[in-house]
Design a protein around this ligand. Structure first.
Ligand SMILES: *[C@@H]1O[C@H](CO)[C@@H](O)[C@H](O)[C@H]1NC(C)=O
Ligand SMILES: *[C@@H]1O[C@H](CO)[C@@H](O)[C@H](O)[C@H]1NC(C)=O
Length: 403
């Protein structure tokens, strides 16, 4: 990664002053242009030999790829020479060759942190780290399944959809009857958490909409998963979703009261939009998503005037390598929901944050940081994770102005 020079930042700041009010009329061309600039910047971190993004982790790279594919869906042929199908094909090949060991810890406060140990690509090693995009963590598998589903949307290359199905078969092994259903977080089978189960819902429902021959199978899995999720206790009285379940001595499982991370309010929204579509438009799923989406926007907006989404009470700006991407995942899925249910609260959240990010949160290389009010260099400074997360909001704005 190149460290921005002072002169570059100052020059860029002068441009910000001129451009900060451009978006008052939510001009489509501006969001298109800004997001293309952001896509160029994120590819500055792309490690072609490894197929993933430097400065961020394994599951995070799947999310950056998802952001890029969402952008490509809107950009169509106007990708400014960025070869998204080529990037997908390279990642599909090279990322699986990674020899990686992963360790994740969950702090008492409910903060996950992942440590990845990467070794050089060695295609000759028989048992490779993340062969077939599988590892010890069912949530990591879910992120890659969603990235490959979006990759299929962009390219219609069936290999990607087939791989998403094969990842999902492994994810199915994570489920059992403990807590009445649902999936474990990882293969140690100790913790059932929200994110893994939301990913399970979203992958199943997304496959139902794409794998014509298995529609009924995936639809039933997704419907059963949502029915279980609702009675699991993870959705609290404020319509926010806590981190996971605590298994009691008596065998019952209850909400563990850990943090209501923004991404836990996010993936479920996209999952329910896909589920509604798979049922031919059942609006009850959309209504459930809208209730969660509105509660989350309210809880994450710490200043009504600015409307900026923050996790200031949880971790911001020091959210570790994992937490720094949560808000973007939330906004990406809020945008999926907005397209199905264009509520003004959602539009406002997306546009206000997109405009603030663009006006206040870029360095001289157009790299975007964790605090959407800016400046870009707080916390660990821009990484592919913070940038990809902010780019999710810009892609969301492209979606809003196309509505
Ligand atoms: C997961 O399930 C599939 C299908 O039943 C099976 O082939 C595979 O070996 C299982 N994987 C693990 C790690 O248990
Ligand atoms: C909210 O943001 C506005 C505009 O920046 C600022 O004037 C106000 O003091 C902020 N309110 C709080 C409670 O921080």
């Amino acid at each position: 990664m190149v460290v921005p020079s002072r002169i570059g930042s100052l020059a860029a700041r002068a441009i910000f002053l001129i451009s900060s009010h451009r978006h008052q009329n939510t001009n489509k061309a501006n969001y298109d242009e800004d997001t293309l600039t952001a896509a160029r910047a994120v590819q500055g971190w792309y490690n072609g030999a490894e197929g993933i993004y430097d400065t961020t982790g394994w599951w995070n790279s799947a999310n950056v790829l998802t952001t890029l594919t969402d952008w490509a869906t809107y950009a169509g042929s106007n990708t400014g020479g960025i070869d998204v199908p080529g990037i997908i094909a390279n990642t599909f090949k090279q990322a699986q060759l990674q020899v990686v060991t992963v360790q994740k810890t969950l702090s008492a406060a409910g903060m996950v942190s992942s440590k990845y140990l990467y070794e050089h690509v060695n295609p000759n090693i028989g048992k490779r780290g993340f062969d077939d995009f599988l590892n010890q963590f069912y949530d990591d598998e879910g992120w890659w399944a969603l990235a490959l589903i979006r990759s299929w949307d962009v390219t219609k290359n069936k290999e990607y959809l087939d791989m998403a199905e094969s990842i999902f078969r492994d994810m199915q092994n994570g489920t059992d009857a403990i807590c009445g259903g649902g999936s474990f977080w990882n293969k140690d089978r100790k913790y059932k958490n929200a994110i893994t189960n939301e990913l399970y819902l979203s992958v199943a429902a997304s496959l139902a909409n794409r794998v014509a021959g298995s529609k009924d199978k995936y639809l039933k899995i997704a419907q059963d998963q949502w029915a279980w999720f609702k009675r699991s206790g993870m959705i609290n009285k404020d319509n926010l979703i806590n981190d996971g379940l605590r298994m009691q001595e008596d065998g019952k499982c209850v909400n563990n009261g850990l943090q209501t991370w923004s991404y836990n309010q996010g993936v479920v929204l996209g999952g329910l939009v896909e589920l509604s579509k798979a049922t031919g438009g059942d609006q009850s799923y959309i209504a459930e998503a809208v209730a969660i989406g509105k509660a989350a926007v309210k809880a994450l907006t710490f200043n009504e005037t600015t409307g900026i989404i923050r996790e200031i009470d949880r971790c911001e700006p020091n959210c570790g390598d994992d937490g720094l991407q949560f808000k973007g995942i939330f906004m990406r899925n809020l945008h999926y929901l907005y397209r199905a249910a264009p509520h003004p609260e959602f539009e406002r959240a997306i546009i206000k944050n997109a405009d603030s990010i663009w006006a206040n949160n870029r360095n001289g290389q157009n790299q975007m940081g964790i605090d959407w009010r800016g400046p870009p260099n707080v916390g660990r400074g821009p990484t592919a994770g913070t940038h990809g997360s902010a780019m999710d909001v810009l892609v969301g704005a492209m979606g809003v102005v196309r509505q």
